[in-house]
Design a protein around this ligand. Structure first.
Ligand SMILES: Cc1cc2nc3c(=O)[nH]c(=O)nc-3n(C[C@H](O)[C@H](O)[C@H](O)COP(=O)(O)OP(=O)(O)OC[C@H]3O[C@@H](n4cnc5c(N)ncnc54)[C@H](O)[C@@H]3O)c2cc1C
Length: 503
């Protein structure tokens, strides 16, 4: 007779405290930010329990097919409202993360702040994660460039978020003719006094339920190319109104492979009031400097959070499950996958912390050079998100059929959303091309660069890079560069881990 089969030991092993069960996270935090004081440590400890308990359950509820965001064009009084209906689970997670914890705009120590982010990102509730990433970028842009009351009001509302009202932002750059080629943006911005009116469509508008949007558009009469694209702040609703949208319609919600908890829309602007942000001939560079760099950092951080979740799930499952009278973990092939995923997660987490440190320094114009930061951010985003999808696939395979079942573990969801992390904010090719261009622009010396990134012993990598840069105008070079990116990012993380003396 088959005994009643119980998954309880596996469940108990994955529902621990996600801060406490991750010594590497604590060690890297101490290395980069100093040992947390008792108050910070207690807060992280409580957060480790919250993300593994109530927030995990909310994320699971949001992921169910019946919880998908819906769009209601008209209300019962024939008013065009274009209301985005989100499930209560997403709204409650937003209240906790954006409201009570205020994790949408950096405050206090950035390393502690992003450690909180890393922990909740392990749940992969994209209705919340995307909102927080976009809002962080918006606040950075408005605090650096803002010079009008509308800018200050938006920042104050976001920073003043509470559980009763979470104020958040979104960013709309991509148009139907292409997302990578931002200088080809065609949305029309018509001047009206010291404001503008926007006319035309945007093609991928995530977090469309936000209160404010950052939108790129071409001021009427501006030249072609990047100098003709400006950046604008657009409130979601008309002033003093909570139902009438500010001169745009939400035409359709995307049906996506991943990030299904997140409402991503196709939008038509037909006279939306827009407030310029920064010089209008610098829209593209400002989007890159404040908004895209933030989103790319979130992509890398979130990818590593996914790997941590996968590592936890497969550790627990292979310790619990038996086949042919042995625990799965005892099979050499299983151990090989476990060890590889453990190792890449550690390496990539070190990269996340280092990139954050470089980002902080570059904002204060301190060393290391902006060039190194830009290049490694582009390469890390391309490499780490692609490798994450690969390893999530491997992790799912370790659970066999249960790995494919949507409600057994979060792995299928993480896998689908891993693909979105790869696409969003710059597909691989674009990032490799950009990194290569930056290498030329900052006149990078290959040997010195590789020594800074990977350590002086990695002459194998510097020789390859030298050869490649010598033929930088050859179309084949981008291919060679793409192949070099993976070992370079791995070597970067390996060096950081050994120098920080953790593991
Ligand atoms: C779920 C989801 C949510 C999104 N949310 C938003 C959002 O909120 N706001 C927003 O603005 N956008 C959003 N996007 C759009 C996203 O940023 C774009 O999809 C992305 O920038 C790529 O643009 P594209 O899709 O037009 O592809 P394209 O730019 O048309 O690229 C297609 C292919 O061509 C390649 N390619 C392009 N240029 C080059 C080059 N120079 N060298 C080599 N190869 C090249 C690319 O790598 C890619 O493989 C979202 C996308 C997804 C999937």
């Amino acid at each position: 007779m088959v005994m009643e089969y119980s998954f309880q030991p596996y469940l108990a092993a994955v529902q621990t405290n996600w801060y406490r069960d991750d010594p590497l996270l604590g060690q890297l935090l101490s290395h980069y930010a100093g040992d947390p004081d008792a108050e910070t440590d207690n807060a992280l400890n409580r957060w480790g329990e919250t993300v593994a308990g109530p927030l995990r359950m909310l994320a699971e509820a949001s992921a169910r097919p019946e919880s998908r965001p819906r769009l209601r064009h008209f209300d019962a009084h024939n008013r065009r409202v274009d209301q985005v209906i989100l499930p209560e689970s997403t709204l409650e997670a937003l209240r906790e993360i954006g409201g009570r914890q205020r994790l949408s705009a950096v405050h206090h120590d950035p390393f502690v702040f992003y450690t909180h982010t890393y922990l909740y990102a392990q749940n992969d509730e994209t209705g919340v994660g995307c909102a927080m990433a976009c809002t962080d970028g918006m606040v950075r842009a408005l605090e650096a460039l803002g010079d009008r009351d509308e800018h200050r009001l938006a920042v104050a509302a976001i920073r003043g978020s509470t559980a009763a009202h979470v104020c958040h932002g979104a960013q709309f750059v991509t148009e139907i003719q292409g997302g990578s080629d931002v200088p080809a943006n065609d949305l029309d911005a018509l001047p009206e006094g010291d404001t503008y009116r926007l006319h035309g469509p945007k093609w991928f508008c995530s977090n469309i339920n936000a209160d404010y949007f950052l939108v790129t558009a071409r001021p009427r009469g501006a030249p072609d190319g990047s100098r003709g694209v400006g950046l604008f702040l657009v409130p979601a609703y008309l002033e003093g109104n909570d139902w009438q949208r500010n001169g745009y319609t939400i035409d359709r919600l995307k049906e996506k492979l991943g990030t299904r908890e997140l409402a991503t829309a196709e939008v038509s602007f037909n006279g939306a009031r827009a407030y310029p942000v920064g010089p209008l001939d610098k829209g593209v560079s400002n989007v890159l400097k404040y908004v895209l760099v933030t989103s790319r950092f979130y992509c890398v951080l979130t990818a590593v959070a996914f790997l941590r979740q996968a590592e936890r799930v497969i550790n627990a499952y292979t310790e619990f499950r038996t086949a042919f009278g042995r625990k799965l973990v005892e099979f050499p092939l299983v151990r090989e996958t476990l060890s590889k995923i453990r190792s890449v997660r550690a390496t990539y987490l070190a990269v996340v912390f280092e990139l954050l440190q470089w980002w902080e320094k570059s904002q204060k114009n301190e060393q290391p050079a902006t060039g190194d930061f830009r290049i490694m951010m582009s390469l890390s985003k391309a490499v780490i998100t692609a490798q994450t999808t690969h390893y999530l696939h491997e992790a799912m395979m370790l659970l066999g059929g249960n790995g494919i079942e949507e409600c057994f573990s979060p792995l299928p969801r993480l896998y689908r959303d891993g693909v979105i992390l790869e696409t969003w904010e710059g597909p691989h090719n674009v990032l490799f091309t950009q990194a290569l261009r930056d290498m030329q622009r900052f006149e990078i010396d290959p040997a010195a660069f590789v020594s800074r990134i990977a350590g002086e012993k990695r002459t194998d990598l510097s020789k390859k890079l030298e050869k490649m840069l010598a033929m930088a105008d050859d179309p084949e070079t981008t291919l060679a560069f793409a192949a070099l990116a993976n070992p370079l990012v791995e070597a970067f993380g390996e060096r950081l881990l050994s120098e920080s003396n953790v593991r």
